[in-house]
Design a protein around this ligand. Structure first.
Ligand SMILES: *[C@@H]1O[C@H](CO)[C@@H](O)[C@H](O)[C@H]1NC(C)=O
Ligand SMILES: *[C@@H]1O[C@H](CO)[C@@H](O)[C@H](O)[C@H]1NC(C)=O
Ligand SMILES: *[C@@H]1O[C@H](CO)[C@@H](O)[C@H](O)[C@H]1NC(C)=O
Ligand SMILES: *[C@@H]1O[C@H](CO)[C@@H](O)[C@H](O)[C@H]1NC(C)=O
Ligand SMILES: *[C@@H]1O[C@H](CO)[C@@H](O)[C@H](O)[C@H]1NC(C)=O
Ligand SMILES: *[C@@H]1O[C@H](CO)[C@@H](O)[C@H](O)[C@H]1NC(C)=O
Ligand SMILES: *[C@@H]1O[C@H](CO)[C@@H](O)[C@H](O)[C@H]1NC(C)=O
Ligand SMILES: *[C@@H]1O[C@H](CO)[C@@H](O)[C@H](O)[C@H]1NC(C)=O
Ligand SMILES: *[C@@H]1O[C@H](CO)[C@@H](O)[C@H](O)[C@H]1NC(C)=O
Ligand SMILES: *[C@@H]1O[C@H](CO)[C@@H](O)[C@H](O)[C@H]1NC(C)=O
Ligand SMILES: *[C@@H]1O[C@H](CO)[C@@H](O)[C@H](O)[C@H]1NC(C)=O
Ligand SMILES: *[C@@H]1O[C@H](CO)[C@@H](O)[C@H](O)[C@H]1NC(C)=O
Length: 850
């Protein structure tokens, strides 16, 4: 207390205001005035109490002066005035993870060691007077809007250890003088618009541990400088997606600390240098998507630590070295689209860690190794388009981790392992164009249901049998007594089989009517089998055409121009269709009841929840300044700003000043509260990109899910284009919006983990913030809606008509290409410029729906 007093007195009497705690106080108050909506967090920043500066939130003092200012992740808005230079004892300054805009200039901070301005929207350049920041060790400007050439002055920072200028729009070349940053350990320049050569001077940075210069728009002429062989402390090197040409320098073999080497998606040619075999610490090696030739050098057998080995899309040939199979940690092996010959190493999988295996489109022969799934973690097994023969290993029948299996276009014989097509995680099974024979086994393990299977291609094999047994997971709706007793429990199960091709086999007996209830089944092919009996004509069957059943002479029905003979037909088909009508009516009734029940429960829960928010749980993905009850409070009718297939959207300003948009998800059954859903939402919450709407938090109770987003002041692109204010978007702005939306989408498709397919790209899902910067919204949600319980009754198609790629509408198979198609429609909309896009979209809709 006494010292405080003395100090204060000293300040008041003595030193000049600009170099004292008083100076710091004024600087901070000025700084705060630049913020747009002050957070309660900064309420401790009181302009009336000068002596409290050191106890302010985010402020730390040392020897009576402000030494550290940490405002990271406080959700602050506004601009930052250049007051920092009077905080001349500042050692650490972090403004990271806010929404600051404007230019920023930092200088005259001779004590500053760490500066973090990442994840904001600062623009302009970074050409500061770095000679006044000579102690700087850490400089993080990642993910801003800087548009300039890389600052030259930085190269005078002899103590700089960490430099991150990634995720901006820096253009031009990497300055040679960056080779003078001798203390540098981290050099991160990825995701800019850099061009030119990678300067060989960077090879002088012998303390470097981590270098990432690739990804996105960079175009580097020439190759990787040989001098990089001097970076002996390097642990992580990522120079991917850069149009690098020439060969991989053999000097890289000197980098014996290297754990990760990513050179994928370049134009690298000639062979893989055998010196890479010296990189014995290597864990991840990705040289895929280049133009590499020759064989895999034998020396790579020393890379015993490898977890990931990707060499796909090159022109490699020769054998796959057997020892690869013995790498104890190998998880991912992708060698597809090369010219590899010989056998698949027979010990592959025995290490107990294999997860992803893709050797497709090579010239491999021999049999499929026996122990691929010894790990119990094998998810992806793709051996498509080779010359493999023999049978599918029986033990794959209980490899319950499998998600994608593509073994088509080989010479496989024998039967399909028992249980195989019922594995619970399976999404895609392609076994077409082989010599598989025998019957399809019945599902013996009742707990294992292929609920996720969306495509099954067994065409062109020798399969046979009474295949009525096959779809045993389909509810037996045709059994009347079931319906009269109780609703079959399976009805709530989602089935998403979209594509079923059984053509050119020997399946016999009748086609099960229950297929008709599989509403997502849009393509089925039963042609050229030995099927007989009546062809059902109700339900999904009404969508199939005659060619789906061609080549089954004993099959009869009006569709086939082969009426069933009189004595049997008069009775059975009528009965069948009668049954089916009943089933349908009941189905609708059930759907209706489910809706009604859900509505009642929801109404109840809302009453309850407005009384107490105790049952609500909030998961925040960043530091948020609002509570669950404040979020609930905002959900009143006056605050509705939108309604859509996905739910109702509310907007409100929180007491703290933050503006949020709350989306209440509709059509979710209790099933959606499982961990899978929560985990997926969490994934969405962790995505941060300049052109993607941030998910701030997720609130749920037993009945309702709320997604809390950052608010986008200028609404959706759809409104901007077609709404009242329509015509004000100039060409330049439209171009910018297109570019930004593409960046957001591109990030979802290529750079985030796991990769996300949006599934509902449209102008109404591209939102504009106060600066008209485009943000992609609502990604990943359509999937839940498509799969989630009640909405199944309405439509199996997720996505919006007019934007859906034709093949998606038909097959319900989604991948990033269907997003790209939808994005193309958005582009047309942007170009078309008219405020009423009705005509062109009308026509378009006709096309896709037809
Ligand atoms: C000013 O702040 C100091 C330190 O936080 C505190 O002890 C003191 O009571 C405050 N004075 C007033 C007038 O609020
Ligand atoms: C900068 O701040 C962000 C957000 O707080 C943090 O994630 C990042 O690690 C910091 N950068 C450095 C180099 O410490
Ligand atoms: C640093 O100090 C000089 C001289 O006092 C001043 O001209 C300059 O504007 C200051 N730089 C910054 C970034 O505040
Ligand atoms: C990004 O920088 C450009 C050019 O400097 C500017 O026109 C644009 O408004 C900035 N965007 C944001 C969101 O600040
Ligand atoms: C840095 O590298 C360049 C070219 O690689 C070389 O000419 C120069 O002498 C090196 N400088 C130092 C200080 O080592
Ligand atoms: C690196 O590899 C080459 C060729 O494979 C070999 O001759 C050399 O001895 C290795 N160097 C070291 C340091 O292991
Ligand atoms: C494989 O080899 C054939 C013939 O040598 C060649 O035409 C083809 O382009 C090669 N394919 C790949 C992916 O390298
Ligand atoms: C498959 O079943 C066999 C025998 O029942 C068992 O030894 C093996 O561990 C199982 N494999 C997996 C992946 O569950
Ligand atoms: C599968 O093919 C192999 C080699 O062509 C043959 O030896 C084997 O008997 C065949 N197995 C069956 C079940 O037909
Ligand atoms: C299924 O296999 C057949 C035969 O190779 C092929 O024509 C068809 O396109 C495949 N279906 C899908 C969806 O890939
Ligand atoms: C099913 O597979 C056969 C080849 O066996 C192919 O000709 C046919 O086009 C496929 N049917 C569909 C609908 O894809
Ligand atoms: C259908 O095929 C199975 C297996 O090949 C055979 O056992 C059964 O008798 C066949 N049924 C008819 C009606 O041909």
């Amino acid at each position: 207390m006494v010292t405080f007093f003395v100090l204060t007195l000293f300040f008041l009497l003595g030193s000049s205001a600009s170099t004292s705690l008083i100076g710091d106080f004024h600087a901070l108050i000025t700084l705060k005035q630049g913020f747009e909506s002050p957070e309660p967090d900064l309420s401790t920043w009181s302009s009336s109490n000068l002596t409290s500066v050191c106890s302010w939130v985010g402020v730390k003092c040392f020897k009576g002066r402000v030494a550290s200012l940490d405002l990271s992740d406080m959700n602050l808005y506004g601009s930052v005035s250049s007051v920092f230079s009077s905080l001349d004892k500042l050692v650490e300054l972090s403004l990271a993870g806010n929404n600051f805009i404007g230019e920023i200039k930092i200088g005259n901070l001779s004590s500053l060691r760490s500066l973090n301005i990442s994840n904001n929207q600062f623009y302009g350049g970074l050409d500061w007077d770095y000679s006044s920041l000579k102690d700087l060790e850490v400089f993080d400007a990642y993910n801003n809007n800087f548009t300039a050439s890389l600052p030259l002055g930085i190269s005078s920072l002899k103590k700089l250890r960490h430099l991150d200028l990634g995720g901006n729009y820096f253009f031009g070349e990497i300055p040679e003088s960056y080779g003078n940053l001798i203390a540098l350990e981290y050099l991160l320049l990825m995701g800019n618009d850099l061009k030119g050569k990678i300067p060989s001077e960077l090879g002088n940075l012998t303390n470097l541990k981590h270098i990432r210069v690739g990804v996105l728009q960079c175009v580097f002429e020439g190759g990787i400088p040989r001098e990089f062989g001097k970076l002996v402390n390097l642990v992580h090197m990522d120079i991917s997606k850069c149009e690098l040409d020439s060969s991989i320098p053999r000097e890289l073999g000197n980098l014996n600390s290297l754990e990760t080497l990513y050179l994928h998606t370049n134009l690298l040619s000639s062979s893989i240098p055998k010196q890479l075999g010296n990189l014995t610490s290597l864990v991840n090696l990705d040289l895929s998507n280049n133009a590499l030739t020759g064989e895999v050098p034998y020396e790579l057998v020393s890379l015993k630590q490898l977890k990931l080995l990707n060499l796909f899309m090159n022109q490699l040939h020769g054998y796959i070295p057997d020892v690869v199979a013995d790498f104890p940690n190998l998880e991912t092996l992708q060698l597809w689209m090369n010219n590899f010959t010989g056998m698949i190493p027979k010990n592959l999988g025995q290490n107990g860690n294999l997860q992803d295996l893709d050797l497709s489109s090579n010239k491999l022969t021999g049999t499929i190794p026996q122990n691929l799934c010894a790990s119990g973690h094998l998810r992806i097994l793709i051996l498509l388009k080779n010359f493999l023969f023999g049978s599918i290993p029986e033990n794959l029948g209980n490899c319950s981790s499998l998600v994608r299996v593509r073994l088509g276009q080989n010479y496989l014989n024998g039967s399909i392992p028992s249980g195989f097509i019922y594995l619970p995680q399976l999404n895609l099974v392609e076994l077409q164009d082989n010599y598989l024979a025998g019957t399809l086994s019945e599902n013996v393990d009742a707990t294992s249901k292929p609920d996720k299977l969306s495509e099954l291609n067994l065409s062109n094999n020798l399969l046979s049998g009474n295949w009525k047994l096959f779809p045993s997971h389909i509810p037996r709706l045709e059994q009347k007594h079931h319906l009269s007793n109780s609703i079959p429990p399976e009805i709530s199960k989602t089935r998403i089989l979209n594509y079923l091709n059984l053509s050119r086999n020997h399946f016999n007996e009748t086609i099960p009517k229950s297929i008709g209830s599989m509403k997502s089944l849009t393509i089925a092919d039963f042609s050229f089998n030995d099927l007989s009996g009546n062809l059902p004509e109700t339900g999904q069957f009404s969508f199939f055409n005659a060619s789906s059943f061609a080549g089954n002479p004993q099959l009869c029905g009006s569709l086939l121009n082969n009426p069933c003979n009189v004595p049997t037909t008069t009775k059975t088909p009528k009965k069948a269709s009668g049954d089916f009508k009943l089933v349908f009516a009941l189905g609708l009734l059930i759907c209706f009841l489910v809706f009604a029940a859900a509505a009642i429960i929801k109404a109840k829960s809302f009453k309850k929840s407005s009384g107490s928010s105790s049952s609500w749980k909030m998961t925040a993905f960043k530091k948020v300044e609002f509570t669950v009850s404040e979020v609930l409070e905002c959900m009143k009718n006056g605050n509705v700003i939108g309604r859509g297939g996905a739910g109702i959207v509310y907007h409100d300003k929180m007491p703290s000043g933050t503006e949020i948009a709350v989306k209440k998800l509709l059509g979710f059954g209790p099933n959606s509260h499982d961990h899978g859903f929560q985990a997926e939402i969490r994934t969405l919450g962790n995505i941060r990109h300049r052109n993607i709407v941030r998910l701030l938090a997720f609130c749920s109770n037993k009945e309702t899910n709320l997604l809390v987003y950052e608010y986008m002041r200028n609404g959706s692109l759809g409104e901007a284009l077609h709404g009242k204010k329509g015509s004000f978007l100039g060409w330049h702005l439209r171009y910018k919006i297109a570019l930004e939306a593409a960046r957001g989408l591109c990030y979802l498709h290529h750079d985030c983990s796991p990769l996300i397919v949006h599934r509902d790209v449209k102008s109404n899902n591209i939102l504009l913030n106060s600066n008209f910067e485009a943000h992609v919204a609502d990604f990943g949600l359509a999937k839940f809606l498509g799969d989630g319980g009640a909405s199944q009754c309405m439509s199996a198609v997720a996505g919006s008509y007019g934007y859906i790629a034709p093949e998606y509408a038909y097959t319900l198979r989604v991948d990033e290409k269907s997003d790209v198609y939808s994005f193309g429609v958005v582009l047309l909309e942007l170009i078309h410029r008219a405020t009423s896009g009705g005509r062109i979209w009308g026509r378009h809709r006709y096309c896709t729906m037809d």
